[in-house]
Ligand binder design. Structure first.
Ligand SMILES: [Zn+2]
Length: 220
């Protein structure tokens, strides 16, 4: 297999018992096809990557992803993909949350003590609907936290001037307004780096999807 492009984020790596990854373009795999076929082609590669990065034995919860703002609380008896949801939230250890993106932002919201986290799909529409501040409120309710107990990381997504709306900046603004202070924007534009990322806009809708993951690890 060709070398893979996998990112992790220092702000999340610093949190105890939390694993967060972003699996980018699969080198050499042709995904210039419609979504369903592209997902079918990529699926086995993602499984191999999850295995290779030590996540293979965790069940993965995904979301239907309808460009809305609904969150699904993932518990031990979860069903996947979560119907009508664009965000997954959990305080259960040993379950991987998975979100697929190609230009929309993957956003991680994680408690600084590693006790809970959310993974969100936030493009133009989801951002307008406030999925990120919604998840911040929900996490605070779930674990009796305040926003300043949380870390927010905005992953690779399309940005201006490649896209007409700077939704990553809006996500940052929204998170700040809730009281979160630790916000890290990775600042990379998916459309500017076709060798690393899939871009729905740049590839005119015929492309693959990248996989963002979040796992609360069981204590060793
Ligand atoms: Zn760009």
């Amino acid at each position: 297999m060709t070398p893979d492009f996998v990112e992790s984020f220092a702000a999340l790596d610093a949190i105890p018992h939390v694993d967060a990854k972003f699996f980018g373009r699969i080198p050499g795999l042709n995904v210039s096809v419609e979504r369903a076929e592209a997902m079918q082609r990529i699926g086995p590669y993602h499984l191999q990557l999850l295995e290779r990065y030590g996540l293979g034995h965790f069940p993965m919860a995904t979301a239907e992803q309808v460009h809305g703002n609904r969150l699904s609380l993932v518990t031990s008896g979860f069903t996947s993909p979560a119907t009508g949801a664009d965000g997954l939230i959990t305080d259960c250890k040993g379950i991987t949350l998975g979100i697929y993106v190609a230009d929309c932002a993957p956003v991680w919201v994680v408690a600084r003590d590693g006790s809970a986290g959310a993974l969100l799909h936030s493009g133009k529409k989801g951002t307008e609907l406030g999925i990120v501040p919604g998840a911040i409120r929900e996490l605070c309710r779930l674990r009796d936290l305040i926003p300043n107990d949380l870390v927010v990381v905005i992953g690779p997504c399309i940005r201006t001037p490649c896209y007409e709306v700077d939704f990553a900046a809006e996500i940052r603004h929204q998170a700040l307004a809730t009281g979160v202070r630790k916000i890290h924007d990775q600042m990379t534009c998916t459309a500017c780096h076709p060798e690393l990322y899939y871009s729905y806009r740049k590839e005119l809708g015929l492309t693959g999807r990248m996989l963002a993951t979040l796992t609360l690890l069981p204590a060793a």
